[in-house]
Design a protein around this ligand. Structure first.
Ligand SMILES: [Fe+2]
Length: 132
């Protein structure tokens, strides 16, 4: 399972902290896979995740706007796609498919967290960290 390391730093401490928290939620999910977890426990991680994603994206977008980041609209679109995908998985969750939904969400987050941070978030690094 991937973990946050310095190599994923976007140069803005508060955003690194957000990203670390997202990896923490991923680890929580990992702990749930394969066990006999109830729908309520998984639902609560989904709720945390949906809420935290919305909060994190809004903060990131506000900082990009303040820094006149030129690709804000593109980045915002990518955020919307991610948030919608997580919301869809959340809506799919039912008693019958807890394990499958955990696995799907886990695989999606592994791919997204690293890909989105390394490829897309790194684009704003020079604008937000002040070393343009
Ligand atoms: Fe982002």
């Amino acid at each position: 399972m991937p973990a946050w390391t310095e190599s994923l730093s976007v140069g803005v401490p508060v955003l690194d902290e957000h990203h670390r928290h997202l990896f923490h939620l991923l680890a929580t999910l990992d702990g749930m896979a394969g066990g006999s977890v109830g729908q309520d426990a998984v639902r609560s991680v989904f709720d945390d995740l949906n809420g935290y994603i919305a909060y994190h994206f809004a903060e990131e977008e506000a900082m990009m706007a303040r820094a006149d980041f030129p690709f804000l609209e593109l980045h915002r679109h990518s955020h919307q796609t991610i948030a919608m995908r997580v919301a869809d998985m959340s809506a799919e969750l039912s008693m019958a498919n807890v394990e499958r939904v955990i696995r799907e969400l886990h695989d999606f987050l592994v791919g997204w967290l690293v890909h989105h941070i390394e490829i897309e978030d790194f684009e704003y690094r020079p604008f937000l960290s002040g070393d343009k």
